[in-house]
Design a protein around this ligand. Sequence first.
Ligand code: ATP
Length: 547
Amino acid sequence: MAQDNSLMDAIVSLCKRRGFAFQSSEIYGGLRGLWDYGPLGVELKRNIKEAWWRDMITTHDELEQPQGAPSAFQMVGIESSIIMHPRVWKTSGHYDLFHDSMVDCRESKKRYRYDHVKGRWVTYEGNKIFITIAGDEDDLQDALNVRALQYFGLKAKYADKLEWEGEISDLPTVKDHSQVVGPDTKELGTLTEPREFNLMFETYIGAMRDEDNKAFLRPETAQGMFVNFKNIIDSNRVKVPFGIAQQGKSFRNEITPRNFTFRSREFEQMEMEFFCHPDDSFKWYTYWRDRRFKWYTDLGIDASKLILRDHEKDELSHYSVGTADVEYAFPFCEEGEFGELEGVAHRGDFDLRSHMEGKLVREGDELVVEKDEEGNPRYPGSGKDLTFYNDETKERFVPHVIEPAAGADRTVLAFICNAYNEETVTNEKGKEETRIVMKFHPRIAPYKVGVFPLLKNKPELVAKAREVCNLLRPYMAVFYDEGGAIGRRYRRQDEAGTPYGVTIDFDTLGEKDTADKDTVTLRDRDTMEQTRMPISELLAFLLEKIR
Ligand code: ATP
């Protein structure tokens, strides 16, 4: 799918209009990379997280071997703290390695991600410069033209005097920064050399704001599982293979948050660390990779827009022996490009060994403890025994880890983009109109059913509708709406993605024909078909659909 900014704009606008998501602190001008979910968004996100949790933990049967799995296994959940011991991040490598390369502009005082600054060589009257932009403009060349005209002080009609060379390329391809015009300046050579910028948010524990009390907001939830590995084994009698899962907030001071909630500074992750015997680790890696891909399609993501992409060898983290990403063709992606929803990584024994022995680095094919000048571990581990002893085989080993790490907010965004449909329909007056309908899988839809009395000024209809609400509410999220024409109420629920509508009309009251007494009109969101159903069958029908 090609990049479609107008589609993305329509989706963002619907999200705001209907209360899926708002910019954080909007009345104060908002904050980049931070988002609030509204009433519909929060229900959608809760349902998605619940679907993940059920798949990973609650519906998991530890005695049964799931199809395709190398054996039966156990699964448990945890919730660890957001601020962890600072040594966790030193040992994990985040303190040293969790960086983005940045360039600053001395003139505009702006900071850009090095690899996001793009530009092209241009010459005017023998004066050759590399002119840059750092935005997501639809037409990069158009934006570069405007910048070049500005730089040379030319009117638009002189655009054909500009001699462009080569292709649009990244700043890193330019060796000499003195020839570069930064994205927001008219001066030459104002961009600094790239510098490393750690993405972890810093804070302080206690009253003293000094180095000793410095701590970090976690940039991932995964470390909570590794540091609790021993606690879980000791308290829950789990045996390898088993998984520990958690959902929770993570924080990354992203340099260029963008594409709505896709790249945020505060976001939620759904991660699982699966501990297994090293000999079986590749079988488990394949199992989790395929299973996680299927989870998205089972919940209605269009398989033609989803890919499972194996990382090339040079893309792998220093500890990883294999990684595959589940990626979705978001409307903001360029043709043939996708955005990552989840990474499934084979992490070997990197994490447990690091937390035992000290931060590991790669030396050839080996992972070895990084040493300081005196030959001591640069960042020592906990020194605790994080091995597993199999009392049947009498073998002690450091388990290998497979990690499916998904982002809850990116998943929400993918489900929103996937659900968005514009259809041309004929309204009650015979006129064509556009129907915006969010086709969420019933299991994740924010509301499962809308209940509508045909008229709000007929107390008998309202009373019956309230009765139907009370029947369904203990089991599912119900939206009650008595305002406006019934067609408009249906449309509002189409935009909210409510899969079913139930209308209580005069037939329900049995006023005309007693055969229809206590039946309702059931409307299907996707087909718009309306059928009659006895109230007594409604709950079972809906429960079956949303299961
Ligand atoms: P990216 O390459 O897009 O920055 P990543 O590979 O660093 O992502 P991981 O560290 O593997 O991401 O994190 C696991 C998941 O957490 C990602 O697949 C994504 O869904 C989510 N995630 C990571 N960073 C962000 C972010 N800034 N905003 C929203 N979700 C994020």
